[in-house]
Design a binder for this molecule. Structure first.
Ligand code: F6P
Ligand code: MG
Length: 463
């Protein structure tokens, strides 16, 4: 905690905050969903020992939910093979005075919940690598079919044009427009977030995804520093640097990972980057976050698009709905996208680099001190794109900054001078916001209400 900002942090005791709503409403719903998932998994095995372990997991989930709803103390996380990690969480519990669920910093409590949840599985024989959220991730990607197909056609069209005539991107204006479009596509993918599904339906999510949704929501982009990011990549390209890497600190699997790959593939095919490093989580995290297995699952869905997108989701199975077959052109575009990304990955231009630090419990103000090797690695990239709301909260310390505080200031040790060129692509889903022009926060409170920060899908492309 010694490296954290001194600006007051978002805490669950603040009755008006999303922190308070999360601990009292959303997290219990997520735990209930987890119990349902394990029940389903138990019913699909006849291994008695696995069933017994599954029942124990359900008991632990129930206890955690009870503790939370009755404002009990957060208990120490048992050691599960990563002693330094659990020790760091438990040291912070002590430093916080062994807090209860309704009186604890929001960021730490939410990370603690998912890290403790993980031990319910790691401390078993049959459930060690079970991803509690895999079912939801797969279903939501299936539900995103229309936008996935629409983007596949757009992507294939752009890449074929680039391959046929490299000059398409040598017109600076065209290149800038395409770069902006690809980044906005990537940004909007962050709106598809299962940890919010507690109050959104799949139909709601679909409405957020297509090109129409993007156009209609342009005015929701509150901060846009894309021109600086584009200039930075063009400058490195003009200087003739041999290796020009762009890193994605990933957020959600499924549709968001798909649009991350759309942007990554665009950067690599145009030469705006020579390498892309994707940085996923190592354990199931915040419901939707990417694990290395989710990358493999996405590629295999694209490799067999009819098999994947013509299979019913869980919901469709219940309502006995059969998805319409994909049109031949749609299959062709999806296979084109698969081939392009599989080749970039196979040739080493697109790499997956997990790191357990992304599931630590503190803000990235601590990163240079707590993870110096990771810090050194991030410095090698021309640009590090942090996707999503949780990464944003970690970057700015999940603190009650004045909304006009410059992003660079709120970044603290990861700001100017850190050696890392940080860009955040974020849908606002929490209390913390920085980098707004004077009066904007007041204007939004007046027009959208006091809870606009996590109710209105406002976006930011902040550098
Ligand atoms: O706001 C709900 C929430 O769970 C936040 O606590 C968290 O920051 C966010 O959703 C996760 O969103 P994202 O997937 O964009 O990081
Ligand atoms: Mg997420």
């Amino acid at each position: 905690m010694e490296f954290d900002t001194k600006t007051p942090k978002s805490v669950t005791s603040d009755p008006k905050s999303f922190a308070s709503e999360s601990v009292r409403m959303r997290w219990p719903v997520i735990l209930t969903g987890a119990i349902d998932d394990i029940f389903k998994a138990i019913s699909s095995t006849d291994d008695a020992e696995k069933q017994a372990e599954g029942k124990k997991i359900i008991e632990q989930l129930g206890s955690l939910k009870y503790e939370m709803l009755h404002d009990r103390q957060l208990t120490p996380i048992p050691e599960d093979g990563f002693p330094d990690e659990t020790a760091a969480y438990n040291k912070e519990l002590e430093q916080l005075g062994n807090p209860t669920w309704f009186q604890v910093p929001w960021l730490f409590a939410e990370c603690y919940m998912y890290r403790r949840l993980n031990t319910f599985f790691t401390l078993t024989n049959h459930w060690k690598s079970y991803d509690l959220f895999a079912r939801q991730k797969t279903d939501t990607f299936r539900t995103s079919r229309n936008a996935v197909v629409e983007l596949a056609a757009r992507y294939a069209d752009i890449i074929k044009k680039i391959r046929a005539d490299k000059d398409i991107t040598h017109d600076p204006e065209t290149e800038k427009i395409l770069f902006t479009e690809m980044c906005e596509v990537c940004l909007w993918g962050n709106a598809t977030d299962l940890s919010l599904l507690t109050n959104m339906t799949y139909e709601d999510i679909q409405k957020l995804q297509g090109s129409e949704a993007r156009k209609a929501a342009e005015q929701n982009i509150l901060v846009n520093n894309l021109p600086e990011a584009f200039a930075l990549l063009k400058k490195a390209q003009a200087e003739g640097k041999k290796e020009r890497r762009v890193d994605f600190v990933l957020d959600n699997a499924g549709f968001e990972l798909y649009v991350d790959l759309v942007l990554a593939g665009y950067l690599l095919n145009t030469g705006l980057a020579t390498h892309v490093v994707l940085r996923p989580k190592s354990i199931p995290w915040f419901v939707s976050d990417v694990l290395p297995t989710d990358f493999a699952a996405l590629l295999s869905a694209l490799a067999n698009p009819k098999g994947f997108f013509e299979s019913p989701t869980e919901e469709e199975k219940v309502s006995e709905k059969t998805p319409a077959p994909l049109a031949p052109k749609e299959v062709e575009d999806l296979l084109y996208v698969f081939q392009d990304w599989a080749t970039l990955h196979g040739e080493g231009q697109l790499a997956i680099r997990p790191n357990r630090y992304w599931t630590a419990g503190g803000s990235f103000w601590r990163l240079p001190h707590e993870a110096p090797e990771l810090h050194e690695d991030l410095k090698q990239a021309e640009l590090v794109i942090f996707k999503g709301d949780l990464n944003y909260r970690k970057l700015v310390g999940d603190a009650w900054w004045d909304a006009t505080t410059p992003f660079a200031e709120a970044l603290g040790p990861m700001g100017p001078g850190s050696g890392v060129n940080v860009m955040s692509l974020r849908t606002c889903k929490a209390d913390v916001v920085v980098g707004l022009p004077a009066g904007k926060d007041e204007e939004l409170r007046a027009t959208e209400g006091g809870r606009w920060r996590f109710r209105c899908q406002k976006m930011g492309l902040e550098r």
